[in-house]
Design a protein around this ligand. Structure first.
Ligand code: SAM
Length: 335
């Protein structure tokens, strides 16, 4: 009989079968909510994981029950060795997926498909070219828009992520929902979250409740269908009757979903984060390079995972800058 793999379980009984690997700290966009204006201090290249290290470390997680790996960043597709990273990770037999801003995804279609990637998450925070430029500090709207259509045409399952901010793109919620009318995508609204240097404050947040208010003010009740969420899903999913796509809300701030969290995060410099909001990290790469067994370090980090948002279990704590600014900027975590 095939031996069952040991699962990485924390002290609350949550099993961790999902690893998000950040491949790079750099990005070809400069989204204001993701990174500070002055940029981030980049880790020297020699301290970042090589593709061999990514593979070897990922393999250890797979041995411990990880079944799903999502590649993120920074922008994962700007890594020159992305084809070989995809190939190596695909050989681990995991469900492999990627988050990208889609600016250059058209160059990687074959690599993604040939390595079994089916699910692609794309960031798009505005359907207006000028606003896109304002938020990303780059003029790439057309390319991203075209590439979303290309990915759909090529048969990928596409989720489009928009971080909502009051006074910026809140007025586009219904346009985004309409975007799902003829396009079979899942449009996901993400509540703006606090990270180091992103000038977050609660007043900029567009909450789950508010988003649904907008939806209900544009569509009759019987047109808005609540869909079944997938197990461990971070989003609450809906559909407008007759539309090809669906929409969803990720409400990390107002409705955290930590009790079903199955995620671990590996940063580009090989540190394990047991939670997106955790300020503590475990340096796997240094230990791995020194030839040490990193399994006990991984297990210890998983058992130390706190119940809710890295210890910021109330909205008051989340709003405490000295708590959330101990964390990294999102660009160096990987979303
Ligand atoms: N470059 C890739 C991309 O654009 O998807 C991967 C990295 S990006 C950090 C991953 C996700 O994090 C994106 O969907 C982005 O919108 C989201 N994100 C970044 N900062 C955020 C914040 N402050 N609040 C909510 N989501 C955020």
């Amino acid at each position: 009989m095939k031996k069952k793999k040991p699962i990485l379980t924390d002290s609350f009984g949550r099993e961790h079968a999902y690893l998000r690997i950040s491949l790079i700290e750099r990005c070809n966009l400069r989204c204001t909510y993701c990174m500070p204006e002055e940029g981030v201090k980049l880790t020297p290249r020699s301290h970042l994981m090589t593709y061999e290290e990514i593979y070897d470390i990922a393999k250890i997680f797979v041995k411990h029950g990880v079944k799903k790996i999502r590649l993120t960043g920074g922008e994962p597709l700007i890594r020159k060795d992305i084809p070989i990273i995809l190939e190596k990770l695909a050989s681990l037999g995991v469900n492999l997926s990627i988050s990208t801003n889609a600016v250059i995804v058209d160059r990687s279609i074959d690599d993604l498909r040939d390595n079994g990637v089916k699910n692609i998450n794309v960031s798009l925070d505005s359907l207006d070219r000028k606003k896109f430029q304002e938020i990303t500090r780059r003029d790439n709207f057309e390319k991203v828009f075209e590439n979303i259509h290309l990915l759909v045409k090529e048969g990928f399952n596409v989720k489009v992520n928009a971080v909502l901010m009051k006074g910026f793109n809140e007025n586009e919620i219904i346009d985004f929902v309409k975007f799902t009318k003829d396009l079979p995508i899942s449009m996901r609204f993400i509540e703006f979250m606090p990270f180091d240097g992103n000038k977050w404050d609660m007043s900029k947040l567009v909450s789950y409740e508010k988003i649904m208010e907008y939806v209900h003010s544009s569509y009759a009740e019987d047109k808005v269908i609540r869909l079944q969420d997938a197990p461990n899903d971070t989003s609450k999913n809906y559909k407008i009757k007759g539309y090809k796509g669906s929409f969803a809300i990720i409400s990390t701030v107002t409705n955290p979903f930590c009790d079903t969290c199955n995620r671990l995060r590996l940063t580009a410099n090989g540190h394990l984060k047991n939670c997106l909001f955790s300020s503590s990290e475990s340096d796997l790469l240094t230990a791995f390079r020194a030839g040490k067994n990193i399994e006990p370090i991984i297990r210890k980090a998983v058992s130390a995972k706190l119940a809710v948002r890295g210890g910021m279990d109330t909205l008051e704590k989340l709003q405490e800058p000295k708590l959330h600014s101990r964390n990294r900027s999102m660009i160096t975590i990987g979303g």
